[in-house]
Design a protein around this ligand. Structure first.
Ligand SMILES: Cc1cc2nc3c(=O)[nH]c(=O)nc-3n(C[C@H](O)[C@H](O)[C@H](O)COP(=O)(O)OP(=O)(O)OC[C@H]3O[C@@H](n4cnc5c(N)ncnc54)[C@H](O)[C@@H]3O)c2cc1C
Ligand code: SF4
Length: 333
């Protein structure tokens, strides 16, 4: 929120609308799994503030299977198809298997979109308004192809690693993941099972089954330093501030694991990964406060426009931005 306010942009009303429509709820205490409870208790005993994580999950339908990242089989978790289905009911046309590569414009005014179909044939779609939402790794490539050069220079990733170890019968892999978080400002720690932990433990000579793995995700808001070029190649640098955050968060995660009784020699960490790329067509840099680019009628609406790493799951913010863009475009017609 603050980063948008700094750009004189108010999306508070849209965030409220989005929270209501996505049915955002805190993970109820009575549904916390065994390992989540253990991690929350150990964190609190170490003096950390533990909060339930807001989720767009209907907990009456949720079977607590822990497979959210694969897409929910039980229609309990919101996903973007809710909106596309609604748009189709209102008469929108959905064209699939179409690879957009350029936004067409004349005299700085948008005139359409160029794409390749599944047979690699070029197709042109004429339009007076275009909303580009190809995600933070594809939107800047399309913008560069369209003659907008100053994009993709401030990429962020919300970098994460999972730190884990051996705890007999922890069974974390079958719990709802990241149901709570210990908050530390620029980063948080949250119960997380990664399939990479067990092989890493085995390499250290630890004999265990995947039921005996417990872990914590450390996710932090990284500095917006890094680039993406016109072929989509990314170069990302970590600053000293980033490295210090990783060290600090890693130490806290290990302290929690040790408090749970995890043997120090079993502790392992997965490689660093990017969770939520963004910032590649930021508000105030590439698009203005109306999310419009220097090509009139071309709006950008995805994680690219977020100016700084949120360090938190961004979908609610992206939906709020989409609502704002929809209002702006509607008013301009
Ligand atoms: C496994 C996983 C779990 C996650 N869970 C959560 C969560 O619980 N909560 C949360 O807030 N965030 C979560 N995230 C992060 C979140 O999904 C992303 O940050 C978010 O989807 C980014 O939205 P976006 O609109 O910027 O881009 P995207 O969601 O990536 O949408 C871009 C769309 O554009 C299409 N596209 C790309 N290029 C082209 C092209 N050239 N032509 C045509 N179409 C194109 C893509 O196919 C895609 O449909 C998760 C991410 C992953 C990978
Ligand atoms: S844990 Fe996730 S995938 Fe499993 S039922 Fe609940 S919302 Fe769906």
């Amino acid at each position: 929120m603050q980063q948008f306010e700094d750009k004189n942009l108010d999306i508070f009303e849209e965030l409220l609308e989005a929270s209501g429509e996505l049915n955002v709820r805190y993970f109820p205490r009575k549904l916390w799994g065994h390992s989540t409870e253990l991690i929350a208790k150990a964190s609190q005993e170490l003096g950390y503030i533990v909060e339930p994580m807001p989720k767009f999950i209907n907990f009456e339908k949720c079977r607590l299977c822990g497979k959210c990242v694969n897409g929910c089989l039980f229609d309990a978790k919101w996903d973007g198809t809710y909106f596309t289905d609604e748009a189709l009911e209102y008469g929108a046309e959905l064209i699939e298997d179409m690879n957009v590569f350029e936004i067409l414009h004349l005299n700085s005014q948008v005139i359409g979109v160029a794409a390749l179909n599944s047979n690699n044939e070029k197709q042109i779609f004429k339009a007076k308004k275009v909303i580009l939402s190809a995600g933070a790794l594809n939107t800047p490539v399309i913008l560069k192809n369209s003659g907008i050069e100053n994009v993709g220079n401030q990429i962020f990733f919300d970098i994460f690693t999972t730190i884990g170890g051996y705890l007999h019968d922890a069974n974390l892999k079958n719990e709802l993941m990241m149901g709570v978080k210990a908050e530390f400002g620029p980063y948080f720690l949250s119960p997380h099972y990664s399939m990479q932990l067990l092989p890493l433990m085995e390499k250290k000579g630890i004999k265990a089954s995947d039921n005996d793995v417990i872990g914590l995700m450390l996710k932090f808001a990284d500095t917006c330093i890094g680039t993406i070029d016109s072929r989509g190649h990314v170069e990302k640098t970590l600053t000293k501030v980033d490295v210090d955050l990783i060290k600090e968060g890693y130490k806290k995660a290990v302290d929690i694991l040790l408090k749970l009784g995890v043997p120090a020699e079993s502790v392992v960490a997965t490689s660093l990964k990017g969770a939520h790329p963004g910032g590649t067509a930021a508000v105030g840099e590439v698009v203005d406060n109306n999310f419009e680019s220097r090509i009139k009628g071309l709006y950008v609406c995805d994680a690219s426009v977020i100016p700084e790493a949120p360090g938190r799951p961004p979908i609610l913010t992206i939906v709020a931005i989409a609502k704002k863009v929809a209002k702006i475009v509607n008013q301009s017609i």
